[in-house]
Design a protein around this ligand. Structure first.
Ligand SMILES: NC(=O)c1ccc(NCc2ccccc2)nc1
Length: 253
């Protein structure tokens, strides 16, 4: 997948390009991340990228012209890259006003061939730039950050995990609770006893079917207890209903 990022702080993207699962996906050629800095597209002596809002009020907005030039250049670069037929990259703006990102949204974005992520700074951008250049607006949560770079990197990371060949153990994405719509089950590793706390016996037993059922029951129970709203959107199999009932009965004793 080809991802362009329009940002005033391209160095921040090293957090995903130089480390971990995302860094490996890039090293293995499964993911490309390129940055374009609006400041490189300014034409004034002071390389101005922000301006005051019409109507007054606190803070500044990103200037339209340098931002638009950066977005257009990123899109052209996506289309000019060598290789097979290319679709025009989707331009995505990260903002608190966007659609809430969840795993379903990540799965949808992971299917795209390319995208340009626009990381806003200051109080955001001129609405006419959004109308003229942005295809989709997404939010990683109901809170305001000082810039869209961290949301952009969160999106890149979540999408990169879904690319084929990224997760060594293919099942881990599928077992990812959010992939299944449930919260994750508890996890344990050595030592067997930590501060008098034991690892659940079933996990030491080696009976994979019992372990699968225990993990599913724990995931269902935790979702029921911590995020009942997630359960509302799920169709439970008869096995899931049985396991959740067991959990609730044990929980209520
Ligand atoms: N919740 C998010 O995804 C998010 C995205 C960006 C951001 N800060 C930059 C910005 C501020 C105001 C308007 C547009 C962009 N903060 C949070």
């Amino acid at each position: 997948m080809w991802i362009g990022v329009v940002t005033l702080f391209p160095e921040m993207l090293r957090a995903v390009t130089d480390y971990g699962v995302t860094g490996r996906a890039i090293a293995q050629g499964r993911l490309q991340v390129n940055c374009w800095n609006p400041r490189e597209f300014t034409e004034d002596r002071h390389r101005t990228v922000d301006d005051r809002p019409y109507g007054g009020g606190p803070g500044m907005l990103m200037k339209i012209d340098p931002l638009q030039k950066a977005i257009v250049t990123a899109k052209q670069s996506a289309l000019a890259r060598d290789g097979k037929t290319k679709s025009v990259p989707k331009v995505i703006y990260l903002s608190p006003q966007g659609k809430r990102l969840d795993q379903a949204g990540v799965n949808y974005l992971a299917e795209l061939e390319s995208m340009v992520l626009v990381a806003g700074r200051y109080e955001g951008v001129d609405e006419r730039l959004i109308e003229a250049e942005v295809d989709e607006e997404w939010s990683i949560g109901d809170f305001v950050l000082s810039g869209g770079e961290i949301p952009a990197m969160a999106l890149i990371d979540a999408v990169a995990r879904m690319l084929p060949g990224t997760l060594g153990h293919e099942d881990s994405a599928i077992e990812d609770s959010f992939f299944s719509g449930l919260l994750d089950c508890p996890h344990y590793t050595r030592p067997e006893v930590f501060q008098d706390r034991q690892v659940p016996d079933v996990l030491l037993g080696g009976n994979h079917e019992k372990i699968r059922q225990w993990r599913l029951k724990q995931a269902l129970g935790r979702t029921w207890g911590r995020r009942p709203d997630l359960l509302e959107h799920l169709t439970l199999t008869s096995e899931m209903k049985r396991l959740l009932d067991e959990y609730i009965r044990e929980y209520s004793v």
